[in-house]
Write a protein that binds this ligand. Structure first.
Ligand code: PHE
Length: 361
């Protein structure tokens, strides 16, 4: 092969090995095989070669062209493989990384409160009952001695749904239950006394601010037996509140009040300091739950003879209890799934509430 062609081969090979990315590689390709590339130019000049030498030089040029095209292509393949390997290395993901410690899950403070309430009442012989969130107007109001015209319905402004479809558009109206009290009715209709249940669950009212949410949680309680008195109600709720807040001397006050489904009715207050927020300290009172002796009319509505049986009921807001116990100022973060808030207030699922260690933990 003529010397000038050998030189071109050597120069192009050297340039190719210096090209370390596809841009530099393309410059070599164009500079060699492009329209005015070095080899193309030599091919164009073939016409000027003396006819007797033309054939031999033409053959040599074509061989060189084939060789260089092969080398250039091989370099492209190599560069692309290198680029892919670099990308794979850079984007490498270690799928064997162990999970972060919080991933096994922690308990939402409300779940923890529910565990604590259940542990305390469980020790007093209560079991847990449940009912539907979408309730009939009858269970939520009428059976509880709150007829359609009753002003107590104003306190329970809620979300109404169309009547039960199978019963036509004039079917009995349904509501998102405004309290867990309808489950009192369901329980009394579903089992004969004696009854001792608590009813935790979601409840709904048309309320929304820092301390009210349109969806919140209550826990109802119901005791029906032959000789139940106001004394049992007071003892049961005093014991519960002292165990829940972990303060054996917590002051508890029963204050006359009104609910259509209890007679007499009582609001229950605990002692606290308005100034410092300390539960059990100070000289102020804080309303914490509603209670009373089950109204004879409610017993009768549920097929229980009020001359033979009597009992008491109570209802409390679970968010409120949780906020007071943990000094939380705002209700809204309960439902915002903010991990920082959850990490701060969540409880360990590996230390369930039990009376052995005291639920106040
Ligand atoms: N259901 C009442 C409320 O939501 C609370 C309550 C329950 C009062 C049981 C007395 C007895 O306000």
């Amino acid at each position: 092969m003529p010397e000038d062609l050998e030189e071109l081969r050597a120069a192009t090979t050297a340039l190719l090995s210096l090209a370390t990315d596809l841009q530099a590689w393309d410059a070599v390709r164009v500079g060699t095989l492009g329209k005015s590339g070095a080899l193309t130019t030599l091919l164009k000049e073939l016409g000027k070669t003396a006819p007797e030498a033309r054939r031999e030089r033409g053959a040599a040029l074509n061989r060189l062209k084939d060789d260089l095209a092969t080398a250039i292509e091989a370099r492209r393949v190599a560069l692309e493989a290198e680029a892919l390997a670099a990308r794979l290395a850079a984007e490498r993901m270690d799928v064997t990384l162990p999970p972060r410690p919080e991933i096994p899950g922690s308990l939402h403070p409300l779940s923890r409160t529910l565990e604590e309430i259940t542990a305390i009442f469980g020790a007093m012989g209560f079991s847990v009952a449940e009912g539907p969130d979408i309730e009939s107007d009858w269970h939520n109001f009428s059976a509880l001695n709150i007829p359609g015209h009753h002003p107590a319905r104003d306190d329970h402004d809620t979300f109404y749904l169309p009547g039960v479809p199978e019963q036509g558009s004039n079917g009995p109206p349904r509501v998102l239950r405004t309290h867990t009290s309808p489950v009192q009715v369901r329980t009394m209709l579903g089992q004969p006394p004696p009854i001792r249940v608590i009813v935790p669950g979601r409840t709904y009212r048309a309320d929304h601010d820092a301390t009210h949410s349109p969806m919140f949680h209550q826990c109802e309680g119901l005791v029906i037996d032959r000789d139940i008195t106001l004394g049992h109600l007071k003892g049961c709720l005093t014991d519960f509140l002292r165990a829940f807040f972990g303060i054996t001397t917590l002051p508890v006050r029963f204050r006359a009040s009104y609910f259509p489904f209890t007679e007499p009715s009582m609001e229950v207050d605990i002692g606290w300091s308005r100034r410092t927020g300390e539960i059990g300290g100070g000289t102020d009172w804080l309303e914490i739950l509603g209670s009373g002796m089950v109204h004879p009319k409610v017993l009768a509505n549920c097929g229980i003879d009020p001359r033979e049986w009597q009992g008491f009921a109570f209802g409390m807001g679970m968010e409120r209890l949780t906020m007071l116990k943990h000094g939380m100022p705002d209700l809204r973060p309960f439902y915002e799934s903010d991990l920082r808030w959850l990490r701060h207030y969540a409880a360990s699922p590996f230390a369930p509430a039990s009376l052995h260690e005291g639920v106040a933990g």
